[in-house]
Design a protein around this ligand. Structure first.
Ligand SMILES: C[S@@+](CC[C@H](N)C(=O)[O-])C[C@H]1O[C@@H](n2cnc3c(N)ncnc32)[C@H](O)[C@@H]1O
Length: 377
């Protein structure tokens, strides 16, 4: 019986990401474990174990002998300079940004021809992501592996935009954020160092946003409706609302405050506008509606209404804190829009979405928070 190498979590994830039954090259193979595991576990047709360093390649050779692994070809080469024509996918792992950048840049013409480029860069992943975009390639998957208190990011790239799997969709995202939050908190006086403190606030807010998104997936629809009705009645009783000529609403998702009660009651005697996203967010008269790329209904072929003409805006949120700051979906459309207007903002506050977080400098405080239950005096 032939043994299999025991892979670290990081290498096991890389191995899983290579397609079954293809031909792949491990660029900077060193120990060669990935190639052996690929042939054994993923029924690989052939693998190339490549390294610029002859001593590293000797190690890979020893591994192949130890595990009696055939179908792996050893190749002494710098980066992708002599990549075999039959290679369909490559892995570049365990190196720093500068090395990976040099490897990609030197042979960038080859890259769009490959089905998959799997990269695990040890540091500076933000720089790497920008560089990949600069090369005209797409990050189709984003994985995080946390092992021995180190967070490894793994990107799956290709010349085609297959599916943009966001970092936030990763199931380990909270663990990943916690790792970075704790790293900052280990630094002495981190709260007195402005850029570190801001970064911490950002990371903590991202974590709350992810928790809220999970909460939104598990809502009690009847409860949302009951609260929406109660909140709407309170909003309609406000003088500022009664006196308003133009009201901005939004198309609600199932887990959000439902604006239909306000729409129904206010449409006969007020001008109603809804947001429409192009590059930025603008407001248009309510009328015929169509779904945008996120599946949200927005006005079609109606008149654009200037920010100064809107008296009251009902603002959506994923969550909010008691001070009146909201957490949105992370694109910043409302904060940008509201930074240039004097519209009265009302946040309909469903009770399950009240959370604790420190706002960022660019966050806009809501004028009024209306809850389903009146605060006891
Ligand atoms: C730290 S090891 C990583 C080994 C393995 N890929 C992993 O993730 O565990 C980095 C390897 O990359 C090799 N390497 C560095 N620059 C390279 C280049 N330009 N072309 C090919 N291999 C390179 C080094 O010789 C070394 O063996």
């Amino acid at each position: 019986m032939i043994n299999s190498p025991v892979l670290s979590k990081r290498l096991a994830t890389l191995c899983q990401l290579i397609s079954e039954k293809t031909i792949f090259a491990d660029i900077g193979t060193d120990h060669g474990y990935l190639c052996v595991a690929y042939i054994q576990q993923r029924k690989g047709l052939k693998a190339y174990a490549c390294d610029v360093n002859a001593r590293a390649l000797k190690q890979a050779e020893n591994t192949l002998i130890k595990y009696q692994c055939q179908n792996v070809e050893l190749q002494l080469m710098d980066g992708l300079s002599q990549l075999a024509d039959d290679v369909k996918e490559i892995v570049i792992a365990g190196m720093g940004f500068d090395t990976i950048k040099t490897i990609l840049e030197k042979d960038k013409v080859i890259l769009p021809k490959l089905n998959k480029i799997i990269i695990q860069c040890n540091k500076n992943n933000d720089k790497l992501k920008k560089f990949i975009t600069y090369l005209g390639l797409y990050i189709n998957e984003h994985h995080i592996v946390i092992e021995n208190n180190i967070a490894y990011e793994i990107l799956v790239i290709s010349g085609k935009n297959v599916k943009n799997k966001k970092l936030q969709d990763n199931e380990n995202y909270i663990e990943y954020l916690d790792y970075h939050i704790n790293k900052i908190k280990l630094i002495t006086n981190y709260d007195k160092i402005p850029h570190l403190y801001q970064r911490l606030i950002q990371l903590e807010k991202k974590k709350v946003r992810k928790q809220l998104k999970l909460l939104h997936q598990n809502i009690d629809y009847d409860d949302i409706q009951t609260q929406s009705k109660l909140i709407s009645e309170q909003i309609m009783a406000l003088d500022v609302y009664k006196n308003a000529k133009c009201i901005a609403l939004f198309s609600s998702k199932e887990s959000e405050f439902d604006t239909q009660y306000l729409l129904r009651e206010s449409l006969p005697n007020k001008k109603i506008v809804f947001p429409k996203i192009t590059d930025t967010m603008e407001f248009y008269l309510y009328g015929e509606m169509e779904k945008n790329e996120y599946g949200i209904l927005e006005p079609k072929n109606t008149t654009k209404i200037d920010a100064n003409a809107i008296d009251v805006m009902i603002v959506p949120c994923l969550g909010y804190n008691i001070a009146g700051y909201r957490i949105g979906y992370g694109k910043g459309y409302y904060d940008k829009y509201l930074s240039n207007t004097n519209v009265v903002t009302i946040l309909p506050a469903l009770k399950q979405y009240e959370v604790s977080f420190t706002p960022e400098k660019t966050d806009i405080k809501m004028n009024l928070i209306i809850k389903s239950e009146k605060e006891k005096q």
